[in-house]
Design a protein around this ligand. Sequence first.
Ligand SMILES: Cc1cc2nc3c(=O)[nH]c(=O)nc-3n(C[C@H](O)[C@H](O)[C@H](O)COP(=O)(O)OP(=O)(O)OC[C@H]3O[C@@H](n4cnc5c(N)ncnc54)[C@H](O)[C@@H]3O)c2cc1C
Ligand code: FES
Length: 302
Amino acid sequence: MTVVAPGIAARFKPGQFVTVAVGGPDTSMVLRRAFSIHDVRPDHGGTVEFIFAITGRGTSWLAERRARDVLDVTGPLGRPFPVPRDPVSCLLVGGGYGSAPLFALADRLRQRRCSVDFLLGAASGDRVFGALTARRTGRSATITMADGSLGVRGVVTDMLGQVIHEARTDVIYACGPMPMLRQVTALARRYDLPVQVAVEESMACGVGTCMTCVLPVVGSDGITRMVRSCVDGPVFRGERVRWDDVGTIPFDAFGAPGWESRAGRSPRSAAGHGGRDPAGRAGAQQASGRQPAPGRRQSHGT
Ligand SMILES: Cc1cc2nc3c(=O)[nH]c(=O)nc-3n(C[C@H](O)[C@H](O)[C@H](O)COP(=O)(O)OP(=O)(O)OC[C@H]3O[C@@H](n4cnc5c(N)ncnc54)[C@H](O)[C@@H]3O)c2cc1C
Ligand code: FES
């Protein structure tokens, strides 16, 4: 879908996303829907393009919009992909519609004289996005398809090692389903390569206030914090995400019950590191091990 949004187009950096109000003025769907920005163009003062799959009521409503309809769009949101200073070999890995933000990133990397290889995968031919563009614009493009209808039968991680070798990859960028990002990170670590992942955690507000989108990430100080993927992400260094604990608040996360005794700090001094407990759970009940992260309940009529 392409919308005229000059302000968003002017400020966009690859990896950022928009949120879109759906359902019209009388809707019960109060939450905006998040979509990665695929591309921006200068036409009509500035247009923004995002790609979406119809998965529920909100995206069904969006698919029914027609030319010249007015949409309520907020953006650009989130932190973009960092780009290398030097011209290096970059491998861009996308799963399903997760490949949508990778093409603007590829343009940006090429401006930096980086080489760009693509590794894109999906369950079936109708679920892969950008295979032709990847083949046209990438130094190489490897496509995997779970049903074997296009490219290599299998999933992207089946081919990752081979592509890394052939492309002499220096850095990996990945966007797609969380299990894929987790496996890409594990393989990148095996090859000792840096990996930047754009996560697609469920979001409610999209602007940092509700804590729906938190996930445990280890900081450069070695401390795990529950960070918001909408404002602190959606791009993270893959090895910093505690993939085994996504969807929970690990017992040793900053501000979680049990953190204080291990670190030997009082809750007040802990607050001094960043104000309120980053998970927004000050005074949460005592618990051992992990507990569900906020906003992890099944919700309806969102
Ligand atoms: C950063 C980001 C980028 C994305 N980019 C794309 C993209 O480029 N293309 C694409 O097709 N999809 C993308 N998605 C997924 C897209 O947001 C969903 O497909 C869309 O919200 C579905 O809306 P729906 O009404 O059709 O589906 P429904 O499932 O009916 O509703 C989804 C809504 O419910 C909310 N929700 C669901 N479960 C929970 C929960 N447990 N807690 C709180 N809220 C919940 C969601 O946040 C969302 O607002 C992206 C998501 C994120 C977070
Ligand atoms: S979606 Fe509300 S804080 Fe991220």
